[in-house]
Each structure stands twice: as C-alpha cells, then as structure tokens.
Design a protein around this ligand. Structure first.
Ligand code: NCD
Ligand code: ZN
Length: 347
C-alpha cells in the first residue's frame, strides 16, 4: 500500500505561541489537521474565556487561503485563582474544550501554574459537575525527584489522590512518556485518556546524547528509556480509545534551543502526520492510525469525526535542517531534522 487515506486528523495538544511566531507556524498544523486543542501557556497565560476567544480570533486571522477551515479549540490555564464561575462560563463556550493543569514550574511558561491543587477545589468541582475536561501536565515539580521519575511520581502523589477526590472528573494525561503512565491510563476506572507525541514514540533518551548534546530532542516530559518507548508504542497501536494523537508541537527559535539553558519543546508540526505514519507502518499497524489520529480524540471530546480526509503517501525525503520562524529573520529546527522521512502528506 502506497497511499493511506484517513479522516482528517486532529491534534489534541498543540502550542502555537502568539504574534509573528504563531503566524509562522500555524499553517503547518492547519494543512494536516482539521482541529487542534491549543495550549494556553502564553505570557501572560490564557486564563479566561475572553482571553481564549481573543487568542482564537488571532489564530484564525493568521490562516492563509489554503488553511481556511482549520478549527482551533482552546484550553484555559488553571491557576490557584481559577473560579468556579469561570469554569462554568468555559463549559458553556463551545470553542473552549478543556482546562490545562501545569504544576507551577513544571515546564515552559508554567510559573503561573498551580502551586497546590487544594487551592483549586471549587474549580475542579465545577469541572466535574459540568464535564469540562482537565488536561494535565503529569510531572511533579520537586527538584529532589529525579527528572526521569517525575511522571511516575505524579501518578502516585497527585493523580490518584485527585481522582479519588473527584471520581467524575474527565482527565487527559498529556504527552505520556512512561510505562507507568501507559499502564495507569490503560487500566484505570472512569473517564481518563492520554495523548502521545511523535517524539516519545520515535526516540528514547539516547537521542538526547547521540554524538553530543542534542537540544532539539529536549522536551518535557523528557525522553525516557527504551522500555518506556516500547510501552507507548504498544498502547498507541493497541486500539484502545484511551490513547490518541497530541503532538505537543512546541515551537522555540533555533537560538532559544541552542544556548546555555535552552528551552524545552520539540517542533513537530511540519511532519507530524508523516512521522506518526512511519511509526505505525514500522509496526505493521497502519490500519490503526485512523483511530489514533482521527477518531479516538474526537470521541473523547464529544465531537464528530471529520468527514474530510487526508492522503499520506509513501516516498523518501529528508526533513529540513531548519525552517523560517517569526518574520523569517529567525530559524526553527523541526523534529528529526536531517533524518529520512518515509511518508508524505499529499496536498
Ligand atoms: C512546552 C512548551 O514549550 O510550551 N514544552 C515542552 O517541552 N513540551 C510546554 C509543555 O507542554 O510542557
Ligand atoms: Zn505541551
């Protein structure tokens, strides 16, 4: 099979930034995906419905003629001060699909994040009551905890207690990276799902150190050991509707990545669908890609599966070493830059 036709996929975890940066990257996503859930970690963070709708308008205005029809959904940033009233407002706003929990200090632009979940009790109760989804960045922030263990610790220390208090809360465990997270989501009771990125399916932590320090493979949660990658491959291709596509494409300029204390985030938007196809093809599971990329996420969020399609075609190319960013005066390095690509999106 050289052509694969699937319903237009959705990206349930996407960073677009704002302004010129956003304008220079949004087209990559809009050409491959019908919808995306846009993350709110701007500066300042997107904390209200009003801010989210204004941000959404800026995204729509930045779309080129070939990208019209792309439908961005918004996630709001949960803070210690999020009110139950704002959650109810969000629940009544069709363009807002979720709140995002960033433990304070866990990742890029998370300093306004939640310092203690007990401060969010009223907001979480309102989410449970209204069916609003809570997307979680699942890592503890205690610097005493080894960075490779922070996701597994989050399950025990935060997620299980949270779900015991709010058993009806609908949760997406974002960008899972470990066997522990995959096992937890696969087996847990109640309404829980997980997104999986292309980098965590394709690479293990050796990629961070291959021949030298590789900042473009650095994201959070950080790449893990090979057995964890194997566990993610297993669940992503298992046919379980709890696992679906979220790229976590997180643009940072080449300069911001290649520096002392470089930013976390892999920019996967340009070739995300081709990379996922490569993963599923490698396992002989191309027939499962449509569920993972186009159906399970929509089902979880209560949205219809797209009636449009995309075509992925087999064919060798090489991923660009960099692409223009912002006004073109800056550069950005895509995920797996310089590596061969066995699939292409036919436009
Ligand atoms: C994301 C970013 O840059 O906004 N970075 C990352 O490494 N994934 C934030 C996030 O999703 O954690
Ligand atoms: Zn993210």
């Amino acid at each position: 099979m050289n052509d694969l036709v699937i319903p237009k996929p959705d990206d349930w975890h996407l960073h677009l930034r704002d302004g010129r940066a956003m304008a220079s990257v949004v087209g990559y996503t809009a050409r491959s995906f019908g919808r995306a859930l846009v993350m709110p970690n701007l500066r300042p963070p997107v904390v209200s419905v009003e801010m989210a709708l204004a941000y959404r308008d800026r995204i729509l205005k930045a779309l080129g003629p070939a990208e019209q029809g792309f439908n961005p959904y918004m996630a709001l940033y949960l803070t210690d001060n999020t009110s139950a009233q704002e959650v109810r407002r969000a629940a009544e706003t069709p363009e807002v699909l979720a709140y995002k929990l960033y433990p304070a200090g866990a990742t890029t632009n998370s300093d306004s994040g939640v310092t203690d979940l007990s401060r969010c009790h009223a907001a979480l109760e309102a989410m449970q009551e209204t069916g609003m989804v809570l997307c979680v960045h699942g890592e503890v922030t205690d610097h005493q905890v080894d960075v490779f263990d922070r996701e597994a610790r989050f399950i025990e220390d935060v997620l299980i207690p949270l779900r015991a208090t709010f058993p009806g809360l609908r949760i997406v465990f974002e960008h899972v990276t470990t066997k522990e997270a995959a096992d937890y989501v696969r087996q847990a009771e109640g309404s829980i799902a997980a997104t999986i990125t292309p980098q965590h399916l394709l690479f293990n932590r050796n990629s961070l150190f291959k021949g030298g320090l590789r900042p473009h493979y650095y994201c959070l949660p950080v790449l893990k050991r090979e057995p964890h990658r194997q566990a993610l491959l297993q669940v992503a291709t298992s046919g379980s509707p709890r696992f679906f596509l979220g790229t976590d494409s997180a643009p940072h300029s080449k300069d911001a990545k290649e520096m002392d204390c470089g930013c976390a985030g892999c920019f996967s938007a340009p070739h995300a669908m081709a990379l996922y196809a490569q993963v599923f093809d490698g396992l002989g599971c191309l027939d499962r890609l449509a569920d993972f990329a186009s159906r399970f996420g929509a089902q979880f969020y209560g949205l219809p599966v797209s009636e449009q399609t995309i075509t992925l075609t087999r064919g060798q190319s090489t991923i660009e070493t960099s692409l223009p960013y912002e006004d073109g005066d800056a550069q950005i390095v895509p995920l797996a830059a310089g590596e061969p690509l066995g699939w292409q999106l036919s436009l």
